[in-house]
Design a protein around this ligand. Structure first.
Ligand code: SAM
Ligand code: SF4
Length: 470
C-alpha cells in the first residue's frame, strides 16, 4: 500500500518535472540561462585562468573546445528556434568579424600550455561569412590559441552560401569537417518554411564537391516532421541524400518550441503531425541502417557510414564535462568548475568598438557534478571515472536524489557503475530535473510567470515537443 502511495507522489513529481522540461525545451542546459547574471570581463578572464591552471594540474579534464557563433542567415526559417538575424548588409559581417576578433584578443596569453582539441563554427549560418572574414578569424585563432594536431574543426554550412571557393579555403585552413543543413529536398516544404534560398540540385551537388575538394568529413542535417511535409516527400529526400553517401546523416525531428516563428505565428502541431514525425524518424533510421549507417554519439539521431566522424565537441561535453571557450552572441561557454556564461546579444549592427556583454553563473564542484549526471543519464557512469574527474564518489554525492527514486526501478548500481534505465530522450529530460538544484526548479516558474497545475497533464505537453519513441 505504502508503495502505491509513494508511486502516486512520484507520478505527481514526474508531472512537475515534465512541466519544467516543457518550459526549458530541447536546448535544455544546466544551469538554465534564466539564472545568469551580468559578469565583468575581468571575472570571465580570471575564471579561465583558474580553469587552465586546473587542466595543467590534472584537476580538470584536458578536453577543450572553441565555439564561434555566427548569428546571421539569409532569412529566418519558420521552423528554427536558434538565435539568428537575417543579414541586411555586408558591413554587418565586417563589423561582426571585427567585434569577434576583439573578443578573442581578450583571452591573449590565458591558454598557455594547453591545447584545444575541437573548434566549432555554429549558428545561424557560419558559411554566410565571406572568405576574407574566415581568413581573419582563423588567423586570430592560430595566433592566440594552440590547436592539437588532430583537432576536429567543423563549420556549419547552408547550401545557399557555401561555394567551391569557400570549400577550398576551408581545406587550406585545416577545416576537416563540415555540416550542411539540407532540412528538406521538397520545394513546397522549403517554400512553406521560408527557405526559398535553397536550391535543391545545388544542395546535392555540394556533397560531392566537398568530398572532391578533400573535406575529411561531410555531415548532412535533414529534418523530419516539418510543417507542411509528408511521409512520402521525407522518404524521397532521405533516399536521395543516402544515394550521395555523405559520411554522416543527422535526422532532426522538428521541435516546435516557443522560440520558433512557427509557434509565434500561431502554428498548431496536432497529434497527427506528432505521429507522422515518429513514423518518419523510425522509417528514416531503418533506411539508414539498411544502407550501412550506424548510430553515433554526439547527436540525437546521428548515423555514420564510417567510425570516428561524429561531433567531438558534443561527445567531449557529455563524456568529460569538457570546457568550451566561446565567442560571438548567444554562444555557451563553460570553464570547468568555474563558470558557465553566454555573450549577450549586443545589437543588430555589431559595432567594432563594443566589448562583449557576458552573462553567466559561477560553478562550484557540486554544480559541476550535477551537470555531469544530467547529460549522462543515458550512459553508464563508471564510478572510478567519476572519482577521477571530481575526486568524489557519485553515489555518496547524489545519495539523497538516488534514495528518493529507489524502488521505482529507475537505476542500477554496483561497485563499478551507476546506470539509469532510461529509454527515450523525453524520459531523460524529465529525470534530469530530479538532479537540478531545487532552487532553480521553483524559481523558474516565477521568472517565466507560469505556474505548475497539479490537474494538468504535462507529459502530453512535452510529447508535442519531443517524440516519446526516440
Ligand atoms: C543552428 S541550425 C544551422 C543550420 C543551417 N543554418 C541551415 O541553414 O541549415 C542546426 C540544425 O538544427 C536543426 N533544427 C533547426 N530547427 C530545428 C527545430 N525546430 N527542431 C529540431 N531541429 C532543428 C536543423 O536540422 C539544422 O541543420
Ligand atoms: S535553419 Fe539555419 S538558415 Fe534557417 S534560420 Fe535556422 S540557422 Fe538560419
Amino acid at each position: 500500500m505504502g508503495y502505491s502511495r509513494d508511486y502516486e507522489k512520484w507520478r505527481e513529481r514526474l508531472n512537475f518535472y515534465a512541466f519544467i522540461a516543457a518550459l526549458l525545451g530541447e536546448g535544455d542546459i544546466y544551469v538554465p540561462t534564466e539564472f545568469y547574471k551580468p559578469l565583468f570581463i575581468s571575472q570571465v578572464v580570471k575564471s579561465w585562468e583558474k580553469a587552465v591552471n586546473s587542466i595543467l594540474t590534472g584537476k580538470a579534464p584536458k578536453q577543450l573546445g572553441i565555439f564561434v557563433f555566427v548569428p546571421f542567415c539569409k532569412s529566418k526559417c519558420i521552423f528554427c528556434p536558434f538565435f539568428s538575424l537575417p543579414l541586411s548588409s555586408r558591413s554587418q559581417l565586417n563589423n561582426f568579424t571585427a567585434s569577434l576578433l576583439k573578443e578573442m584578443s581578450l583571452f591573449k596569453g590565458i591558454f598557455k600550455g594547453v591545447q584545444f582539441n575541437t573548434v566549432w563554427f555554429g549558428g545561424g549560418t557560419p558559411s554566410i561569412l565571406e572568405e576574407s572574414h574566415f581568413k581573419k578569424i582563423f588567423e586570430a585563432i592560430f595566433k592566440l590559441f594552440s590547436l592539437s594536431k588532430d583537432c576536429q574543426i567543423t563549420v556549419e554550412c547552408s547550401p545557399s552560401s557555401l561555394t567551391s571557393g569557400k570549400l577550398k579555403l576551408f581545406k587550406s585552413l585545416g577545416v576537416n569537417r563540415i555540416t550542411i543543413g539540407l532540412q528538406s529536398l521538397n520545394k513546397r516544404v522549403l517554400m512553406e518554411n521560408n527557405r526559398l534560398f535553397q536550391d535543391i540540385k545545388y544542395s546535392l551537388e555540394l556533397l560531392q564537391l566537398a568530398k572532391k575538394i578533400g573535406i575529411g568529413v561531410v555531415n548532412v542535417d535533414l529534418m523530419c516532421g516539418l510543417p507542411g511535409d509528408n511521409f512520402e516527400s521525407f522518404k524521397d529526400g532521405l533516399k536521395r541524400i543516402i544515394a550521395m553517401r555523405p559520411d554522416l546523416i543527422q535526422i532532426n525531428p522538428f521541435f516546435p518550441s516557443y522560440e520558433t516563428n512557427f509557434f509565434k505565428f500561431g502554428g498548431e502541431y496536432p497529434p497527427t503531425d506528432i505521429l507522422r514525425r515518429t513514423q518518419e524518424a523510425k522509417t528514416g533510421i531503418g533506411f539508414l541502417e539498411k544502407a550501412g549507417y550506424r548510430k553515433v554519439d554526439g547527436a540525437n539521431l546521428g548515423y555514420a557510414r564510417i567510425p570516428g566522424v561524429a561531433n567531438q565537441q558534443e561527445i567531449d561535453k557529455v563524456e568529460y564535462n569538457s570546457s568550451v571557450l566561446s565567442f560571438g552572441p548567444a554562444s555557451h561557454a563553460h570553464a570547468f568548475a568555474q563558470l558557465q556564461y553566454t555573450n549577450q546579444y549586443t545589437g543588430r549592427n555589431w559595432n567594432q568598438k563594443l566589448l562583449p556583454k557576458y552573462l553567466g553563473i559561477k560553478l562550484n564542484l557540486q554544480e559541476e557534478m550535477r551537470r555531469f549526471i544530467i547529460v549522462h543519464l543515458r550512459k553508464p557512469i563508471l564510478r572510478a571515472f567519476f572519482r577521477q574527474l571530481f575526486g568524489r564518489d557519485i553515489v555518496e554525492s547524489f545519495f539523497k536524489e538516488l534514495r528518493e527514486i529507489q524502488g521505482f526501478d529507475l537505476f542500477y548500481v554496483d561497485n563499478q557503475k551507476l546506470l539509469f534505465k532510461i529509454r527515450t530522450r523525453q524520459e531523460q529530460l524529465i529525470l534530469a530535473k530530479h538532479f537540478f538544484n531545487s532552487n532553480y526548479l521553483y524559481n523558474l516558474q516565477k521568472i517565466r510567470k507560469v505556474r505548475f497545475r497539479k490537474d494538468k497533464n504535462y507529459f502530453s505537453e512535452l510529447n508535442k515537443l519531443i517524440d516519446v519513441t526516440i
